[in-house]
Design a protein around this ligand. Structure first.
Ligand code: PLP
Length: 377
């Protein structure tokens, strides 16, 4: 019987525990497993770097959440991205959205381009740029939607349609959107990536990442081999923590989204805000596409503060409930001046402030934002 997202999440990590009837899964800390001297693996487990019962449970849940065929869990979102890029070969060309998580940009510029990948960064919110960037050796398109941190929307359906016609694979970093709002594999993507550090675990207390595949094909086998042989795997306890977070994923997302929508609408009208960036605002150029391809427009909001960098930083300093910290997707609201974090190579505007909208009372959050903006001179 096929279960809905709410039911899959509420039961995440539950097992039929014959020993004690436990409702939540035990954490399998053992690094090594009894197998037959002739090589048979009765339970499929040999050594925790290769596979582990707790990790396997997490991978099954992530597969269900993203409607894929299989998932591989990693020690971080960055390790998951690394595995995807390592599965390519030196000489392959990759197209990446210009507005992309800064760690992925750095990984490509500092590690994978020297290793031999050819990379074109281009604005994929305009698909004409995709067509212009294709080369005979293009093997993969990598993008987020909504994008980090400018909250642009990429037309995934048409991007995927075009890539399929040219035999180019598509990998979507679905961290901002989450499987609550969007399932890229259902739209035809080949691969989904997550930083499970964010909304899926949801409490800012565990690092993790995952790749989920539409098909168990040759490319996937390579990614699985990279996971097992290179070994950037999460600990069993971290897998358990992520599953614990997933249990409350749906009600958390409902509140994240409700709060973000109200806050974006408030910021959109504030006189000290030059522009509010949120896919759920009609002013966002990707509004119509977001409405079509997403079930909700996420809980990341950014603003361009009038007066540039100085005022953006003064605004952050004025905030009392929002904490100046990196990352996102936790219960608490966070705020960050991204250009300072990303450095000179990023296209992020100096006046941009990114917010991860948490689960606090929405009026408290709006009052905090209002006093911080009104306090600007
Ligand atoms: N993708 C996005 C959109 C992110 O925001 C992040 C981290 O902030 C990552 C990937 C990397 O994830 P991790 O920090 O778990 O390595």
């Amino acid at each position: 019987m096929k279960h809905s997202l709410e039911t899959i999440c509420a039961h995440a990590g539950a097992v039929a525990d014959k020993l004690a009837g436990a409702i939540t899964s035990p954490v399998y800390l053992s690094t090594t497993y009894n197998y037959e001297p002739r090589g048979e693996e009765p339970d499929g487990f040999v050594y925790t770097r290769l596979n582990n019962p707790t990790r396997s449970q997490l991978e099954q849940i992530l597969t269900q959440l993203e409607q894929g065929e299989e998932a591989a869990a990693f020690a971080s979102g960055s390790a998951a991205a690394q595995a995807c890029f390592t599965s390519l070969s030196p000489g392959d060309h990759l197209i990446v959205n210009e507005d992309v998580y800064t760690g992925v940009r750095t990984m490509l510029l500092d590690i994978f381009i020297p290793w031999g990948l050819e990379v074109t960064f281009t604005d994929l919110t305009d698909l004409q740029n995709l067509e212009r960037s294709i080369k005979p050796n293009t093997k993969l398109v990598w993008t987020e939607s909504p994008t980090n941190p400018q909250l642009g929307v990429v037309d995934l359906k048409n991007l995927i349609k075009f890539c399929k016609s040219t035999q180019i694979r598509v990998a979507i970093d679905n961290t901002f959107a989450t499987p609550y709002c969007q399932n890229p594999l259902a739209l035809g993507a080949d691969l989904v990536m997550h930083s499970t550090t964010k909304y899926l675990s949801g409490h800012s207390d565990v690092l993790g990442g995952a790749l989920i595949t539409a098909k168990q094909d040759v490319q996937w086998e390579k990614i699985r081999q990279i996971q097992q042989i290179l070994g950037a795997v999460p600990s069993p306890f971290d897998c358990w923590l992520i599953m614990r977070g997933i249990r409350s994923f749906v009600p958390r997302m409902e509140t994240h989204l409700k709060n973000a929508k109200a806050i974006a609408a408030f910021l959109d009208k504030h006189p000290m805000v030059e522009k509010a960036l949120y896919p759920g605002l009609t002013s966002n150029p990707g509004y119509a596409i977001a409405k079509e391809q997403m079930r909700g427009t996420g809980a990341m909001v950014a603003i361009l503060v009038k007066g540039g960098k100085k005022q953006a930083i003064a605004f952050i300093k004025n905030l009392k409930i929002f904490t100046n910290a990196t990352s996102l997707g936790g219960t608490e609201s966070l705020v960050e001046h991204r250009k300072s974090v990303e450095g000179p190579e990023s296209p992020t505007p100096e006046s941009l402030v990114r917010m991860s909208i948490g689960l606090e009372n929405v009026d408290d959050l709006i009052n905090d934002l209002d006093q911080a903006l009104n306090g600007l001179k």
